[in-house]
Design a protein around this ligand. Structure first.
Ligand code: NAD
Length: 313
């Protein structure tokens, strides 16, 4: 198998590249490093099956030779990033997905689009099954990400139905683990950084809003199983164990043995109040379910963050 991973130098992409190499695939990682870094794949550079190419997938994407699978993961993904990069986020969701699909069509390859639970917006159906259409504000600040992904899903579907491309959609729910950036603004890396620096943990609202978080190894297993399945999706991949944001903060305090306090701050605009995947389809179709317990995944992640420079913003 020769696999192209767009956004392969990011958090999820770097773990995917690693797993694909372990499985015996050759991996071509395309990234413009807008939110990722070559450091994330530095440990893979010596592998004979790995190549990293600096490339913006919103420009023309040309890959010589055969390609069996395209995993399109390029996109800013945290609110801090996509609020800073609104046009780039829309462009990579639209033009980037279009180019990734063009590559898959040219090579006769399967394509998997990394979509997101954010297509469900602030959901009015709970937990969220794949046939729920969502509740998204297109002109709110988060619209650039949510609507970019929704457009990408429509594009994947059009290429599948009108161009015969073997393309599929995974809807990824909040995932955490090593190689997240301490200042990417997502709750878990933010809480861990604050706890390790003995700063107050900033919990939005009253902390009763929920999230369901999946350890990165489980996520990668689910994505690889979906890629191999040939299924069009969309399929939710995430951990259905739902926790309040306040509980996540308290667990981070316990895991880091920190004396930091919890400080309540304003809720961001359009922040989803609940979030939990219905994973019935993933279980039935892929035989997949997450296996890493929250306490264990959190402990690994804290361990990794202890080795990272936390002070620079
Ligand atoms: P990330 O920011 O760590 O990784 C994204 C990567 O894409 C970065 O390396 C970035 O440099 C690259 N990139 C962005 N625009 C590009 C472009 N135009 N050309 C080439 N490369 C580009 O984010 P992540 O958390 O690893 O997310 C990866 C994918 O998974 C994204 O598509 C995201 O929407 C999706 N996703 C992630 C989560 C999560 O919890 N981490 C949840 C849902 C969906």
């Amino acid at each position: 198998m020769r696999v192209v991973v767009t956004g392969g130098a990011g958090f999820l992409g770097s773990h995917l590249c690693q797993r694909l190499l372990e499985n015996g695939s050759e991996v071509l990682c395309l990234d413009n490093f807008v939110t990722g870094s070559a450091d994330n794949v530095a440990h893979l550079m010596a592998h004979p099956g790995f190549r990293l190419v600096h490339c913006d997938v919103t420009n023309f994407v040309h890959v010589p030779g055969k390609v069996d699978l395209v995993l399109h993961f390029a996109s800013p993904a945290s609110p801090v990033d996509y609020l800073k990069l609104p046009i780039d986020t829309l462009k990579v969701g639209a033009v980037g997905t279009w180019h990734a699909l063009g590559l898959a069509k040219e090579k006769g390859a399967r394509l998997v689009l990394a979509s997101t639970s954010e297509v469900y917006g602030d959901p009015q159906v709970h937990p969220q099954p794949e046939d729920y259409w969502g509740h998204v504000n297109p002109i709110g600040p988060r619209g650039v990400y949510d609507e970019g992904k929704r457009y990408g899903e429509a594009l994947v579907t059009a290429y599948r139905t009108s161009e015969g491309v073997d393309a599929g959609i995974v809807r990824i729910f909040n995932t955490y683990g090593p190689r997240m950036r301490p200042y990417d603004g997502r709750a878990i890396p933010t809480f861990i950084r604050q706890a390790l620096l003995n700063q107050p943990l900033t919990v939005a609202g009253d902390g009763s809003q929920t999230r369901s978080v999946c350890y990165v190894d489980d996520l990668v297993t689910g994505v690889v199983a979906f890629a191999e399945s040939g299924h069009p999706g969309p399929v939710n991949i995430g951990n259905p164990q739902e926790m309040s944001v306040l509980r996540i903060a308290e667990d981070v305090l316990a895991a880091t043995r920190s004396d930091s306090e919890i400080k309540l701050v304003d809720l961001p605009t359009d922040d989803p109040k609940v979030r939990r995947p219905d994973t019935t389809l993933a279980r039935r179709l892929l035989g997949w379910e997450p296996v890493v317990p929250w306490e264990q995944g959190l402990a690994h992640t804290v361990e990794w963050f202890r080795g990272v420079e936390l002070e620079a913003g």
